[in-house]
Design a protein around this ligand. Structure first.
Ligand code: DAK
Length: 262
């Protein structure tokens, strides 16, 4: 598959590998236009369907993960044209259909839609150069891809309000303190660290990995008691798998497990 706005590569030596998707519109700081979002969605779904891939890492450049949705494309719209055409809506949530883990590896600016895209990933590893922000208010608009909803869930109401209302950017350290990112690493180690995290995940049983992703996401969508009940059912269900028996037998035999992802 040839893409113009993203680069794709596959990493790893094990039976399950990691797909690396790099946003690639450097002159516009990876501003997210329709073509880029179409290509990203296509690549994500293709890797999700590929049995040889265990995890996906999504990254940008050293200067910018993504500086938001493409401003020149939005500028000429009126309410009527934005509403009728479903402005920049159709391809923005494809990433949420992906059932394998997607790790955002963020360096530089992750602003507006760029921050929202990172927050749609399963976790964010940040370079020490990362800067997160929702500066839509400076453009006279509000976020449109979940910024007002996911940011408060990640960092709490006060910090989210501060960022959304003042448009200030949050550096990597503050983002880690606030819970937006899972870890901060030196910028020159970002991809290495993200690929290593992916490789660790790739070594585990595929169904366990996918179920954990589903269950954690459930924690954001419904009441605690429902989430805990579903978790218990899946816990019981995994006793029908090969990998449960293998994992426990390997532990008791003090050897590494050989998971077959079934
Ligand atoms: N769109 C298009 N081009 C952009 C851009 C953007 N968002 N951000 C930067 N660029 C371009 C600049 O225009 C400039 O291009 P040239 O002038 O060189 O041709 C080039 O990238 C370099 O930018 P700067 O010269 O400005 O570089 P600086 O280092 O001085 O500043 C900056 C970097 C990131 C602080 C600054 O560029 C900036 O403030 N950029 C805009 C950030 C922003 O406001 N982002 C939010 C956009 S609104 C939705 C889904 C998503 C969204 C909405 C709805 N639905 C699903 C419905 C999302 C909306 C947004 O993201």
């Amino acid at each position: 598959m040839t893409y113009e706005c993203i680069l794709t590569a596959v990493h790893g030596d094990g039976p399950r590998k990691t797909a690396l998707i790099t946003l690639n519109r450097p002159k516009a700081l990876n501003a997210l236009n329709d073509q880029l979002m179409d290509e990203l969605g296509e690549a994500l779904l293709a890797f999700d369907a590929d049995d040889g891939i265990g995890c996906i890492v999504l990254t940008g450049s050293e200067r910018a993960f993504a500086a938001g949705a493409d401003i020149p494309t939005m500028l000429p719209h009126t309410f009527a044209t934005a509403f009728k055409s479903g402005l920049i809506s159709k391809n923005w949530e494809t990433i949420l259909q992906v059932r394998k883990p997607v790790i955002a590896a963020v360096a530089g600016f992750a602003l507006g839609g760029g921050c929202e895209l990172a927050m749609m990933c399963d976790f964010i590893i940040a370079a020490d150069s990362a800067k997160f922000g929702q500066p839509e208010i400076k453009l006279g608009i509000v976020p449109g891809a979940g910024g007002t909803q996911r940011l408060p869930r990640a960092v709490g109401k006060s910090k989210a309000m501060d960022m959304l209302l003042t448009a200030r950017m949050m550096g990597a350290e503050e983002a880690e303190r606030g819970g937006l990112v899972s870890r901060v690493v030196p910028a020159d180690k970002l991809i290495e660290e993200a690929l290593a995290a992916a490789e660790t995940i790739n070594g585990f049983s595929g169904p366990s990995v996918m179920l954990i992703k589903e269950l954690v996401n459930l924690a954001y969508q419904g009441p605690l008691t429902d989430g805990v009940a579903v978790e218990r059912r899946y816990f019981h269900a995994l006793f029908g798998s090969h990998d449960q028996r293998e994992g426990m037998e390997a532990f008791l035999a003090k050897r590494a497990p050989t998971f077959q992802h079934r």
